[in-house]
Design a protein around this ligand. Structure first.
Ligand SMILES: CO[C@H]1[C@H](O)[C@@H](O)[C@H](O)O[C@@H]1C(=O)O
Length: 677
């Protein structure tokens, strides 16, 4: 009897098992039927990369014959490819085999998005040579700022046991052109370079290689001392230099195409060359010399800030500009998009364009440390584009960050772009189904920074969900407005870093970590007082505006020309200051928070109408995340408005929904989710 019941339960569950959609396939969703037979693929050779390309076609391609051929004349396309179609066949040619695989993913994407395949004639060449995902994964399996479960890398099982997800991960990356991965956290354990760990890294490198992906490691500057037992890790010490050379030799013996090192030095307590009175250039060059014989590179981070009385936003520029021209050719400076820290909106980092003789790359953050973790739906392509399209004026008008970093404006030795990954063990990889779109968007923009956010969202929705217009259009609208919405309910008008310390999830504008570093306190960033709110970075304040090229220094420095979405970033603005729409600053702040809340509510309404178009599981998952986002938006609005009201002493405009929390109650909320600010 008991067994019978168990059986029944089992059989009842079968449809659920078949129809439940978990999101694990990401955007790689293809018709269930087979693709073309093997004899409709014309190709020479049987390398692992070509084998994958053929397998993808045999499993998923529904169209005409495909010819794949490497051509010497296409070598200048780097990883790129050409596609030409006739009714009978599609020819994909490339200088390298990886270009052929990328070309195959290209036509599969066209098929998925129902594009016209009959008259293809296009050439694709990546915007950047090195397209990097940085993982902040620790050796114990935890992930710094990770919100999708534990690390994919099972260090304890490697090198013997191999998770199928390693290859799935590589495939997803290759499908959008990502070709480099840094496996471990920039707050790096010296153990990463231990022999046993390198053998594990080798296994991952071997799995990733056919997908065109190179492995890199974050290294701890003190490794020679901690791991090698040397007296110090001084970059000018011959023994230290020798230690790095030998380490490089050891790595390349295992992994001949190893990419290189990523280094966070003298930042947030990490060791670095300054511990020995040396410069960032001394440190970076020592590693660059060790990697040079193998064509490895050093990505040296500009995210440095040490206790200082000066404005934190100025530090990267102050430390790196004097070192311009002192770095080896195989060093590239990795610069966060903004000068503070991956905030919902920042002015761009003034270091872009300021280094004239040194290669520069952008570091974005895909993981939503400051954007609601994996609970909030925030599509990041508009944020990435905003940075890349920013005009620095470094070499006159049109000197965008895209052009500075992709080699157009200055022939850079290395061109690269990177982002901190949002990937973990969760079945859907990224915690929120829509966070997959941010991984996708980064890859697509690293390949082609000219793509629009709209185009990327359009592709992604069609591939991941459906091309039904009733779903596509409203959901695209949600995605495209979602970043601005998050800015509005969290930190509008240039406000920044008013997060609760440590976890960076909720609001804590009252946070004043007396005794700690002032620049870890939200009150440091908003500077609210009886007169107004905002950080004065003009000449009468920290003068961070002077780090921008003319005319931006003037534009930002003048309250009447400063873009309003950055006004509190650069100015301390009186509460009754008249904004462009005629409202006072205080009223503007209130209405902006309120509109952020309202838009999340609209997203809920729109989403609920989407039920007929997609599977139940993903529908319900997103629905419940939107509920959280909606509650959080109200939390942000109430916390910020009630707190700022203690300074402005003005009423919240009466047509705005009243706060539903007490300020005192909000002040008590303290999630304990992190370790430092
Ligand atoms: C890896 O450390 C991070 C830290 O968790 C994070 O809060 C801050 O954004 O930036 C640091 C960095 O980028 O180095």
């Amino acid at each position: 009897m008991r067994y019978l019941r168990l059986y029944t339960v089992f059989f009842l569950m079968i449809p659920l098992l078949i129809f439940a959609e978990d999101g694990s396939q990401l955007w790689l969703r293809f018709p269930a039927k087979n693709g073309i037979p093997a004899d409709k693929i014309i190709s020479k050779g049987s390398s692992p990369t070509l084998t994958i390309a053929r397998k993808e076609l045999i499993s998923h391609w529904q169209g005409q014959t495909v010819e794949l051929r490497t051509e010497n004349k296409d070598k200048n396309l780097k990883d790129g490819y050409r596609i030409i179609s006739t009714p009978e066949k599609i020819v994909i040619s490339a200088g390298k085999e990886i270009g052929l695989l990328y070309g195959v993913y290209h036509i599969l994407r066209l098929q998925q998005t129902k594009a016209d395949l009959s008259h293809l004639n296009s050439t694709e060449k990546p915007s950047y040579d090195v397209r990097v995902l940085d993982h902040w994964d620790n050796l114990d399996g935890s992930i710094e700022r990770g919100y999708a479960g534990r690390s994919l890398w099972k260090w304890e099982d490697l090198p013997g046991k191999i998770s199928p997800r390693y290859e799935e991960y590589a495939r997803a990356n290759a499908s959008v052109g990502i070709n480099s991965v840094v496996l471990n956290n920039v707050n790096a354990s010296p153990n990463m370079l231990r022999e046993d760990y390198l053998k594990k890294v080798k296994v991952l490198a071997d799995i990733f290689r056919p997908y065109g992906i190179k492995v890199y490691l974050s290294v701890n500057f003190s490794s020679p001392k901690v791991l090698g037992g040397l007296q110090n890790s001084d970059p000018l010490n011959k023994d230290v230099q020798k230690w790095w050379k030998e380490k490089a030799a050891e790595i390349y013996k295992l992994i001949p195409d190893f990419g290189g090192f990523l280094v966070k030095a003298n930042s947030e307590g990490q060791p670095g060359p300054q511990d020995y009175g040396r410069t960032h250039a001394d440190g970076a060059n020592m590693m660059a010399d060790a990697l040079k014989p193998y064509h490895g590179i050093v990505m040296w981070r500009a995210f440095v800030y040490s206790p200082s009385k000066d404005d934190r936003a100025k530090q990267a520029y102050l430390e790196f500009v004097p070192l311009d021209g002192k770095f080896r050719d195989n060093v590239i400076i990795q610069i966060k998009n903004g000068p503070v820290d991956f905030q919902p909106r920042e002015a761009f980092n003034p270091l872009f364009g300021a280094l004239r003789k040194t290669s520069e790359m952008v570091e974005f953050q895909i993981t939503q440390e400051y954007l609601g973790f994996s609970n909030h739906l925030v599509f990041l392509a508009p944020l990435f584009k905003e940075t890349l399209d920013s005009d620095t004026y470094s070499d006159g008008q049109g000197s965008t960050i895209a052009k500075i970093t992709d080699g157009t404006l200055r022939p850079a030795k290395i061109t690269a772009i990177s982002a901190v990954a949002n990937i973990g063990e969760d079945i859907n990889w990224t915690g929120h189904h829509f966070a997959q779109a941010n991984w996708y968007a980064f890859g697509r923009l690293a390949w082609n920074h000219q793509l629009s956010s709209e185009q990327i969202a359009d592709e992604w929705i069609k591939m991941t969900f459906t091309d039904d217009q009733n779903f596509l259009n409203p959901v695209k609208e949600i995605m495209l407005s979602s970043r601005e919405t998050a800015v509005d309910y969290m930190m509008p008008l240039g406000l920044h870093h008013i997060f609760a310390g440590g976890h960076h999830y909720g609001p804590e504008p009252w946070g004043d970590y007396k005794g700690g570093r002032p620049d870890w306190s939200p009150v440091y960033y908003h500077q609210a007082d009886a007169q107004g709110v905002g950080f004065n970075r003009t000449k009468t304040g920290s003068n961070a505006v002077s780090q921008y090229f003319p005319p931006l220094n003037k534009i930002y420095g003048n309250i009447s020309t400063c873009p309003e979405n950055l006004i509190l970033w650069f100015h301390h603005v009186p509460w009754d200051y008249t904004m462009k729409d005629g409202k006072s600053l205080w009223d503007e702040l209130c209405y902006t928070y309120d509109s952020g809340v309202k838009r999340v509510r609209d997203y809920q309404k729109t989403w609920d109408r989407m039920e007929p178009y997609i599977d139940e599981q993903r529908f319900a998952d997103v629905q419940s995340k939107l509920r959280i986002q909606s509650r959080d938006a109200v939390w942000w609005k109430d916390a910020c408005l009630l707190y700022f009201q203690t300074f402005s002493k003005k009423p919240i405009p009466y047509d705005i929904e009243r706060p539903v929390h007490e300020l005192e109650e909000l002040r008590k909320i303290k999630l304990n989710m992190g370790h430092h600010n």
